[in-house]
Design a protein around this ligand. Structure first.
Ligand SMILES: [Zn+2]
Ligand SMILES: [Zn+2]
Ligand SMILES: [Zn+2]
Ligand SMILES: [Zn+2]
Length: 360
């Protein structure tokens, strides 16, 4: 069960997702979780050559092509406001998500014109220009065209971080590629005794087992007699507190002949989620109909057929009664804050809910 779940319905071009064919760089880079950036925060670009007093063309282009929000060179898609101000995909989505949290129209930080997915477009010329600019490898500090940098950092750089080949039997060593051969020749893991290795492998098996348990329990749920699923659409609302808060609610929907509602909140209703970089969503399932006897259910939220959000499946469990018809708020297991911002930036959040009725 891969996260990419590329069924025929998962095509990203469906339902007007902004995902035009990328002509520059790897497509859909925006969907990847942020890697710990070995380059660290954007460095101040050297202004002028101290000897000649001139600024190199590349240096001048950095200033022209950088994102006007984070001032870094965009790594993937570049968007522009109607006045042409450039924003990297991450900043653009972040602005839209922030505006949603504050219930404001998102605006360009430079000219205050309105921005949205329909008002802004990609700028392919800038994306291509950026991919041609030299860029520094964070490991060896040499310069490469941006378009070649990814490969250099993954496969060619002598200083890239690598792991010992005995990682599979528990060696935790990590280090620069050029030290790998020496480490592996001295690594103590291949000389460990059988019983020492058995212990290490046992621990690794435990982790693997937990993952397998999840998938196995999904599979066994799938053979239940009563399974219902539906597409659910969370719509944004504001609380009527003094400082209003964003929350989401779905219209009533029917699954397994009962009427239900889902609610979701951001950062567990923290007062000012827009001040924090970490974004999470939690949700609760509410049974709206009256039932004759307690209803024991497992439920599971997954990505909807037309959305591209990355969710780790988690099965929740609850016994619904007429008195106790709401689950606690439980985490919506989105893989990270970037994915969460993508959901917030969208108008509605579309997911698929499965409910399994457990009958003993
Ligand atoms: Zn940016
Ligand atoms: Zn602007
Ligand atoms: Zn390098
Ligand atoms: Zn090792």
């Amino acid at each position: 069960m891969s996260e990419e779940g590329q069924g025929p319905l998962a095509s990203s071009s469906a339902a007007g997702q902004e995902d035009p064919p990328s002509l520059a760089g790897p497509p859909r880079l925006i969907l990847l979780p942020p890697e710990p950036d070995p380059e660290g925060p954007p460095k101040k670009r050297p202004r002028a050559d101290p000897e000649t007093g001139t600024v190199r063309l590349e240096e001048r282009l950095y200033g022209v092509l950088c994102c006007t929000v984070c001032l870094d060179l965009p790594k993937a898609s570049v968007y522009q406001c109607t006045n042409g101000h450039l924003m990297c995909a991450g900043c653009f989505i972040h602005l839209l998500a922030d505006a949603r949290l504050k219930e404001e129209q998102a605006t360009c930080p430079n000219c205050r014109c309105e921005i949205s997915k329909s008002l802004c477009c990609r700028n392919l010329a800038v994306e291509k220009a950026v991919s041609e600019l030299p860029s520094e490898c964070g490991f060896c500090v040499k310069q490469f065209p941006r378009s070649l940098l990814e490969r250099h950092k993954k496969e060619e750089c002598q200083d890239r971080v690598t792991q010992c080949k005995y990682k599979r039997i528990g060696c935790p060593w990590q280090g620069p590629f050029h030290e790998l051969t020496v480490h592996e020749s001295e690594c103590c893991h291949p000389t460990k005794t059988g019983s020492e290795l058995m212990e290490i492998l046992g621990e690794m098996d435990q982790t693997h087992k937990k993952e397998m348990q999840l998938y196995n329990s999904i599979f066994s749920l799938l053979s239940f007699e009563k399974i219902g699923y539906t597409e659910v659409q969370f719509r944004p609302y504001r609380t009527d507190d003094f400082i209003t808060r964003l929350y989401y609610e779905t219209p009533r929907f029917t699954v397994l002949n009962q009427s239900w509602v889902l609610k979701a909140r951001v950062n567990d209703s923290e007062r000012n989620p827009n001040l924090s970089c970490k974004r999470t969503l939690s949700f609760q399932l509410i049974l709206k109909s009256k039932i004759n006897s307690p209803m024991e259910c497992s439920f599971l939220l997954l990505k909807g057929p037309y959305d591209d959000v990355k969710i780790h499946p988690v099965i929740y469990h609850f016994v619904f009664t007429n008195e106790n018809n709401e689950t606690e708020y439980v985490p919506l297991p989105i893989i990270d804050s970037v994915e969460c911002n993508k959901l917030l930036a969208a108008k509605n959040i579309n997911l698929r809910l499965f409910i399994f009725h457990i009958q003993k």
